[in-house]
Design a protein around this ligand. Sequence first.
Ligand SMILES: [Zn+2]
Length: 300
Amino acid sequence: MRRTTALRWVAAVGVAATLLVACSTKDTPVATGGETATAQHDDLAHGSWAEAIENSNLLVDLDQDARKLLSVFPTGAGNKISELDLAGSNPGYFDRFGPALWPQCERVDVHISIDPSIDASQRASARSLAVNTILELNKLTGLTLVVRSGATEQDEEFFNPGAEPAVPGIRELDVFWYNSASDAPSDRFGIADAWHSGPDTSEQSAADGSVNVTEKNAPTQQASLLRSRIHLSIEILHRLPDAKITEPSQAMAVLHELAHVVGIGHSTARDSFMYPRFNDQTRLTTPDRAALALAGSRPC
Ligand SMILES: [Zn+2]
């Protein structure tokens, strides 16, 4: 076995410039990777943030409205639910011990690589967009993601877009910028993959760098994120405005994928930036801010 569970998402985001198209085709499944943009009750998983809230050590100051969403109450069937769940937010992976999150004391090393067929000026824009959005993610979550390579022209890293990328290292996020000259649907702006440990398995690195999955003897352990990567399409730069991160924009599209690799799934709320498509209501909502803060709240 080379890896535990790889969660795969597709940001099937429409664009501000083609809002009418996006809205009129919203009932058409557009994404690959096992999910569609509109089959909400099937693909927008319904996990609870309750466990994460009860164990949270929030590093981000939330306003009063966001804090209210972090109240947990029993459902009557022995389960718990939070106001944040009711607002449409979902963890990406969850089991009976709660969602898989990064432990907040662990630094995540980020490596940015770029498709060499993208022209030089766009490569520079893509690099800065990734770096700046990672800084925003740190602010919104309290996590520490540090760009280790690929941030500047001198330190530019290329990859072969025709080859399957290597599995990311432990506590690593690999960011790949792809050229648009691919077969991907034009509204598919990104894919996020995350690997995590779970209560029944642990992931261990072998000497040759491959990963073995072994049984774990501590079945109460919460799942933690271990490795991650995102694939970003240069279409983000072509088709989205260079606007604030809080509105449909290049930075918001990148933040959508980054949110996946810190443990946040799709939202059922149409105005959330974690809804599978951008639309004319899309923004960074109060529940989105609460979910991002929770993503960085797992004590070590
Ligand atoms: Zn997504």
